[in-house]
Design a protein around this ligand. Structure first.
Ligand code: ATP
Ligand code: MG
Ligand code: MG
Ligand code: MG
Length: 510
């Protein structure tokens, strides 16, 4: 029988709970302890201060299924979404942690035992493991200990592969806790030996689980200091695990996504999702299905956690791309399709993330509000734009989201009636960037075709200032039940309420 997403998640939690791990509820996707981060992008985020030694160790061992979003910063998978089978904007990361308790040997054994035993029963002949091969420039020795552990566990030599800093040395950022990691990869095609596909961005052989051995603190000057305490920090993509356990080569063919596709087909009357990619997806319909389902999940989860488009550029981009994609299926009323899909999210997350189910009204409110803003922008479009585009095929070639922003930016620019060949005022460039989502390169291109100039260094500086301001805004807007530290978080689970949002939202809207 086929295991459902809910069973697969529960199996993971139950397994680690039976190994004395304390189950920790997912933290909200809006980071509660790190204003420099737009979204939580890994299960360890909520334990960052524990690793840094700034907070005491909450429990010896923990596990959870963390809501993660990767649409910006160090981890940005936005451009892959829709095009591949295994990257999402929103996904769940199953994780287990040891806080100065067990280390490499037990971590590897726990992981291997879970995935190769019942009920997961993954064929070991489809698995590869990787370990850190060392780095001379950092004076880091190869992690042969981990290699030995895998051999002892019984993984054949040819399935244990060394990789360097990029793949197998995990770092939080430029400085902070870090250490070698070991990863488990899965071959979707079969049990033949295909080590050359590991870590090569192939949909046929994908990364499944990362086990990080947090052993060092990287100082600002780059030196590595061994930590007094050691930690294990792991992350396995739930959707990827579900795909392979359900015998699917694509995450989108699992019960995590099918309900969205069914709803889209039913509401739009379009032909069903048929799983085509790239040039085989001639009309781009299946790609649109994937983007819409993915973005609906992300948008629902983020808004339910009180992230709002006015304070999150990432959320605004995903909402706009979502509505735009939904317009393909439901011309003129894409937003209502998005609202319907948020209900699918509410249903499918009801057991694990009830905050989504409980905040459907909030999600609809924000989606419709964003859509109104969007319609206003569209209403401003004038014929001049079409003429401009004819002379400048480059504009045509920009992505949909950017060209919507371009049209608005173009109109805004015209309204200013600036003398030709002048440098665009800094405030106008910021409007292009912040309100209409253009990146500096596109702003420069727009200026060029309209016979203006942009002071790019100035714009870059302004963007940084704006980001700082937004961060401050995000921080002060967290006047809900935000825990002061990890301990408080664990003992006092955060759940946004329906009523608190409106004051919050109104305050941050202009
Ligand atoms: P990849 O190399 O496939 O992009 P990663 O090395 O960036 O993955 P990690 O930062 O090691 O990923 O995160 C741990 C696990 O989370 C991965 O092994 C993978 O199973 C899962 N994961 C990472 N990014 C995504 C994503 N965008 N969508 C779904 N699952 C993901
Ligand atoms: Mg990645
Ligand atoms: Mg990787
Ligand atoms: Mg990885």
């Amino acid at each position: 029988s086929i295991l459902s997403t809910n069973t697969i998640r529960k199996t993971f939690i139950d397994y680690f709970a039976s190994e004395n791990h304390c189950y920790i509820k997912s933290s909200p996707v809006k980071p509660f302890n790190d204003p420099s981060l737009e979204f939580v992008n890994a299960g360890m985020n909520q334990f960052k201060n524990v690793f840094l030694g700034l907070e005491g160790i909450p429990v010896a061992k923990a596990c959870n299924s963390q809501k993660c979003i990767r649409v910006g910063g160090k981890h940005n998978d936005l451009d892959s979404v829709g095009k591949d089978t295994y990257h999402h904007t929103f996904f769940e990361m199953l994780g287990n942690w040891s806080f100065n308790d067990y280390f490499k040997k037990e971590a590897c054994k726990l992981a291997w035992n879970l995935i190769t035993s019942k009920p997961y029963s993954i064929d070991p002949n489809r698995l590869y493991v990787t370990y850190f091969k060392g780095d001379d420039s950092l004076n880091l020795l190869p992690d042969l200990e981990t290699k030995e552990i895998w051999l002892e566990i019984g993984v054949p030599k040819h399935r244990i592969l060394p990789f360097g800093l990029k793949e197998n040395f995990w770092e939080m950022g430029l400085h902070g806790p870090c250490g070698p990691c070991t990863e488990i990869h899965y071959d979707h095609l079969g049990s033949a030996s295909r080590p050359h596909l590991v870590n090569k961005d192939s949909a046929d052989l994908t990364e499944l689980w990362n086990n990080v051995f947090v052993q060092f603190n990287r100082l600002e000057d780059g030196t590595l200091i061994p930590l007094e305490k050691h930690f294990v920090d792991t992350g396995m993509g739930l959707e990827r695990l579900v795909a392979l356990l359900q015998g699917k080569s694509s995450n989108y063919d699992t019960d995590s996504f099918v309900p969205y596709f069914d709803a889209i087909a039913k509401i739009s009357g379009f032909s069903k999702y048929s799983g085509k990619f790239g040039f085989e997806d001639e009309k781009g319909l299946d790609t649109a299905y994937r983007i819409l389902a993915d973005h609906s999940r992300m948008v629902s989860v983020a808004i339910a956690d009180n992230v709002f488009p006015d304070e999150s550029h990432g959320l605004r981009r995903v909402i706009r791309k979502g509505i735009l994609t939904a317009e393909k299926f439901s011309p003129g009323n894409g937003v209502s399709l998005m609202v319907e899909l948020s209900k699918v999210a509410g249903e499918s997350f009801s057991h694990i993330f009830p905050e989504v189910t409980n905040n459907l009204r909030q999600i609809e409110f924000v989606l419709r509000d964003e859509n109104e803003l969007w319609q206003e922008i569209k209403a401003k479009v004038k014929n001049d734009w079409e003429n401009l585009k004819k002379d400048n095929p480059y504009l045509e070639s920009l992505s949909d989201v950017q060209s919507k922003g371009l049209i608005s930016s173009f109109n805004e620019l015209k309204d200013r009636k600036l003398p030709p060949k002048s440098v665009l005022p800094a405030d106008l460039c910021l409007i292009f960037y912040d309100r209409y989502g253009l990146n500096p390169q596109v702003i420069e291109e727009l200026a060029r075709v309209c016979d203006y100039f942009v002071n790019i260094p100035q714009l870059q500086k302004d963007i940084l200032i704006l980001k700082e301001k937004n961060k401050a805004l995000i921080h002060t807007s967290q006047k809900l039940d935000i825990p002061k530290n990890t301990l408080e978080y664990i003992s006092n689970h955060f759940l946004p309420t329906d009523d608190s949002f409106k004051a919050n939202y109104t305050k941050n809207s202009d």
